[in-house]
Design a protein around this ligand. Sequence first.
Ligand code: FAQ
Length: 333
Amino acid sequence: MYAQLVDTGSTHLRSLAELSPQERAFQERIDAGIKIEAKDWMPEAYRKTLIRQISQHAHSEIVGQLPEGNWVTRAPSLKRKSILLAKIQDEAGHGLYLYSAAETLGVSRDQLLDALHSGKAKYSSIFNYPTLNWADMGAIGWLVDGSAIINQIPLCRCSYGPYARAMVRVCKEEAFHSRQGFDIMMSLCKGTPEQKAMAQDALNRWWWPALMMFGPSDAESVNSVQSSAWRIKLFSNDELRQRMVDQTVPQIEYLGLTVPDPDLTFNAETGHYEFGAIDWSEFQQVLKGNGPCNRDRLRTRVKAYEDGAWFRDALVAHADKAEARQASAPQAA
Ligand code: FAQ
């Protein structure tokens, strides 16, 4: 099984009658749309589920910097370089908001980073694919950030206040990321035949992994039922995946590109695109650590953390000195 299966203590979704009075009051509050705040009482399983999801999300933001970081020195113009740098910096900021939101649940950032660096914690499958050329920067912004927004807009209304509020700014920034990705794709598609072929090649390689970002099918999604009851999830994995396909296929047509799915059809009755089978065995392999770049991403991430130790130590030494200076300063009358 590819789920971490964090022991949340709950084996099935319990009815209101099965809940303790405290748990029932909590569920009723959630059902009424009232946010849960850090100091409120919450079931241990709710707390653990949030730590799992928010920390995976935070890890995704900082590991997600790596595939794009490869292209800062190879951006085709100064303008594209500065836009890409700003985007990558935004992702670090998203990681910070999310680690801070997770810390409100009683876990430390060091613990979370340990879990990432030791390979225990997950981050989004999408960041285990290679970025082979500049068109991949377009495809990531457009498809990956685009999918991230579709998943994250509902999270702005999720039941946990600190997570929901962090998501508001993240979504605004992701909207810029997605537009800059589409802008790269537009430029390539309006360029030479070789540039358009690069755009098509990037779309071919990122399309299916982007669909997998939304998680396993609803039937296989072990956490969905409980997370939906707690309004951590407002839409299912399949609903959001469908939204992405419906939104993106017209954009692909606008670019003059071809959806890399021979089975894709539009169902005029439902108003939705029906797409071909997702290769879930590939998804499971990526989650098990066997994707094309898993080992490389983790190695790079751990090295960056170790290389930054002197800087963290310097900050602590500075803070200690400042505190000692303040303690020994003569007190004002
Ligand atoms: N990758 O039962 P479910 C971004 C795991 S941010 C890896 O359906 P759940 C911005 C899942 O954790 C992208 N693992 O799980 C950016 C669970 O395992 P566990 C990240 C995945 O939590 C752009 C197991 O499979 N966004 O891209 C994935 O109810 C560019 C069973 O799945 C978020 O994290 C996956 N794709 O639903 C940054 C959004 N899918 O934990 C830089 C918040 C599933 O039991 C550059 N998260 N798994 O061991 C969520 O909305 C949810 O956690 C889902 C998964 C929808 C991802």
